[in-house]
Design a protein around this ligand. Structure first.
Ligand SMILES: Nc1ncnc2c1ncn2[C@@H]1O[C@H](COP(=O)(O)OP(=O)(O)OP(=O)(O)O)[C@@H](O)[C@H]1O
Length: 605
């Protein structure tokens, strides 16, 4: 055996080496096993085809998928003419081939959500049982058992000789490569002999002669044409198997010589796919169950889907939806990053009130400009003002909604004016005495404990009661881990769109890593981590090692360190300028707005 072959065989990966024309030059033992290129069982059968009166046992988890393109009409040869059976349905049947006088025994299950399907019968005194359960197809014929495990879909076809009752064919891994899918055989195709020493020799043949997969073929031809450098850890469907492969070209003096096709360790992949499918199944199940209970309007469904129907934080979101339909003011509370702004925008989309949505981040407004920014000013009110005067945020939001984010930051004197707006539905511009009527819905949010702020005299009690009549509290992510599933699902759709990249999938392990973390930074932190993982990972699958939770905390530390440095610089500059703020901001080269925001952020008086 040559050295290259020994090296390849010692790998845990399935490897093919293709020449520059796509012809298989080398294949290792793992690849032969993976694709069923040799017979696993100790039994043999001769080559042949279906004959009239043969007994056929068919168990297919999804008609038309990984079964040699079986079509519902192909079942006619088994005496099954059922218009209710469609492509994608699961089906189990025991029947005679090409004998219209014999009635088939069969069951089918619509769609691909099959959990259990079983047929038990007797043909010519031979007991037969075929079951699809727990990702396994099990067929019992007298005392023999035939088992095929699957992850997405598979079909088992067993043929008993119509005269002798002897088993003359059964499916084994590799049936697609051998063109022995159930569809091929029911349509009259021949099957080759199996024996314990049988091996299908694919070396010297084009890869696509035996292995089918559209995306894989596209990528392979891109590599062959030199359009793409390489593909690493991409998800492909080949001969019905979900696989992860890398396509690595080998050049000699600038000319393509070979393409190494390396499939990741099979056990790994099967585990990853199983974990992911299980996790998704659990989520989908709880989603469907809750949906079944409800008979809600489309808007409510869309609204709740954003946050995860059936999640533990569901009650606050349902409450938020109900409140959105009333024209009342709403206070949204919750720790930083729990999605308060996101919820406010969602409310504005589903509420009956139309008009503009004006978002105001109260923490970024310089105290001296608060009044004019909020309520506007008339011409000549103060130096530096727009000579024509200006409408404030409330006037801008007239007829629509204003979202006051970080409402706990509003200075006391402005709180009084805000109360006036709420009670009398009018605003008075700075420099004017004229009251302008405004019709505005107020949504407000804070991560502060406003009750404590009231007790400390920093927030007006009457304003607090006005705002908090309808309060929605968003719990932190750690208190409702189920929400993480839904948010992850939203984010893995949203992030690739934001960055204009392909959608990526999470491995089961990555999913588990994300859901077992307690997310002190809530959804914002989860979003940052997922963004990093999705944008920076090279493959279409996000593995656990792509999720950098520790790095994130280092990044936060870095952020807080930078903030501490910035505060130090501002304090030093203030000292040098003996507290003169104008001189300090000039020395630092920052605008008045930024300077005052920093003073506030770092609590410098
Ligand atoms: N249900 C959700 N699905 C997807 N992304 C979400 C969801 N809720 C929030 N986000 C995202 O999480 C991030 C943080 O949300 P948001 O800014 O609304 O939090 P917040 O509570 O207002 O934070 P802060 O108090 O710090 O202002 C945003 O980027 C937002 O788009």
């Amino acid at each position: 055996m040559d050295l290259l072959q020994s090296v390849m065989d010692s790998s845990t990966h399935a490897i093919f080496i293709l020449n520059q024309n796509g012809i298989i030059d080398h294949i290792n033992e793992q690849a032969k096993t993976r694709f069923g290129l040799f017979n696993h069982s100790q039994y043999s059968h001769a080559a042949g085809k279906l004959e009239k009166d043969d007994i056929v046992i068919l168990a297919d988890t999804a008609i038309g998928a990984d079964d040699g393109n079986l079509r519902p009409e192909d079942l006619n040869v088994l005496g099954i003419h059922d218009k209710k059976i469609h492509a994608g349905d699961a089906c189990v049947a025991v029947a005679r081939y090409d004998n219209p006088e014999c009635s088939p025994v069969y069951k089918f299950y619509p769609g691909n959500e099959l959990e259990y399907l079983k047929v038990e019968t007797e043909v010519d005194g031979i007991p037969v049982m075929a079951t699809i359960k727990d990702r396994t197809i099990l067929v019992n014929i007298k005392d023999s058992q035939y088992i095929i495990n699957y992850f997405l879909c598979v079909a088992q076809l067993i043929i008993l000789d119509g005269k002798t009752g002897q088993v003359k064919f059964w499916e084994e891994n590799g049936y697609t490569a051998r063109k022995e899918g159930a569809g091929d055989i029911l349509r009259g195709g021949r099957y080759i002999a199996k024996s314990p020493d049988f091996e299908l020799n694919v070396v010297g043949h084009h890869f696509s002669d035996y292995f089918e997969g559209d995306l894989f073929e596209t990528h392979l031809s891109q590599i062959m044409n030199g359009e793409v450098d390489c593909y690493e850890n991409q998800e492909y469907r080949i001969n019905g198997f979900e696989l992860v492969a890398s396509l690595l070209p080998v050049y000699n003096s600038g000319t393509l010589q070979y393409v190494i096709v390396r499939f990741r360790n099979i056990e790994d992949i099967q585990m990853i796919i199983k974990e992911r499918n299980d996790a998704i199944k659990i989520v989908e199940k709880s989603y469907k169950e809750t949906r079944r209970e409800r008979n809600a309007v489309q808007d409510e469904r869309t609204f709740l889907t954003l946050f995860g129907i059936g999640s533990s934080a569901d009650s606050s979101r349902r409450q938020a939806y109900k409140l959105s339909q009333l024209d009342c003011n709403i206070l949204i509370t919750g720790e930083s990053g729990t999605g308060k702004s996101f919820l406010a925008e969602a409310i504005s989309h589903v509420q009956p009130r139309k008009g503009v949505f004006v978002k105001v981040d109260c923490s970024t407004i310089v105290p001296t400009l608060f009044e004019s920014e909020m309520f506007g000013y008339v011409k000549g009110s103060f130096t530096g003002a727009d000579p024509h005067g200006k409408a404030g945020f409330f006037e801008e939001a007239n007829g629509g909604t204003i979202f006051l984010d970080e409402i706990g930051e509003i200075p006391l004197e402005i709180q009084t004016k805000l109360l006036n707006v709420i009670q009398n539905k009018v605003v008075t511009r700075v420099g004017s005495t004229k009251a302008i009527p405004v019709d505005v819905r107020i949504l407000a949010a804070t991560n502060r404990d406003l009750k404590a702020e009231v007790a400390a005299g920093r927030f007006r009690r009457d304003l607090y009661y006005r705002l908090s009549t309808f309060t929605v509290n968003l719990p932190p992510l750690r208190d409702c881990p189920v929400d993480t599933y839904f948010i992850i699902n939203n984010l893995i759709e949203k992030i690739p769109i934001k960055y204009g990249i392909r959608k990526k999938n999470l491995s089961g392990e990555a999913f588990a890593k994300l859901t077992s973390y307690d997310w002190p930074g809530n959804i914002r932190e989860l979003e940052n981590i997922l963004e990093q993982a999705i944008v920076l990972s090279d493959s279409d699958i996000i593995y656990a090692e792509n999720i950098h939770l520790e790095n994130e905390s280092q990044m936060l530390t870095m952020k807080s360190r930078l903030a501490a440095e910035e505060k130090k610089i501002i304090l030093q500059a203030l000292m040098q300028n003996e507290g003169n703020k104008l001189k300090t901001m000039q020395q630092l080269g920052i605008s008045k707005t930024v300077f005052y925001r920093k003073l506030k952020e770092y609590d410098i008086h």
